[in-house]
Ligand binder design. Sequence first.
Ligand SMILES: [Cu+2]
Length: 192
Amino acid sequence: MRDPFRAICDDELERRWIWISLIMAFVMGGILGLYAVGNNLHPPSNVETIDSSRLHLTEEFAEDNLGVKENDDGSLTVTMVAARYGFFPPVIEVPSDTPVKFRIASADVLHGVHVPFTNATSMIVPGYISEINTSFPTAGKYSFLCNEYCGLGHDSMWSRLNVVPKAEFILVVPEPEEEEAEAEEDVGDFQI
Ligand SMILES: [Cu+2]
């Protein structure tokens, strides 16, 4: 077979290296493809914009509304804010074998999220809401890591994800009435 690179390169050794570098590029691309398919990784498909500087004024990403919520179909939605240098709320608890949708927005710069040993990974781009749809078959303590360099404190930007066995999971829903009552009590103490 005639070497197709003969037309652009006369030197035999150089042509050999062109082939070697092309083969290396294809092998590396193939490994990436196999890894992505084998680990069930998908490119993010949700395109939803939000004003990152006003997250606290939105209903969904206001501080009181962050955390785990149960949907009508039994799946869970976890709403989180990524900000230098942490994820809020800092500890999340979800049951195993249950569909979980993470909705995460950045309050400042580009962040990322990666949960090692799972397929949960995404960039968190300011101005967009990142969505990750996954479920965790194995109960345990997982780390929720930022994997995009976001500043000097990036190394310590991580939080905890506890996956508890489905039968043991109890969703704690804060009751607003109680909080109000406590607040009134506090004011009463202060006046005395
Ligand atoms: Cu970071």
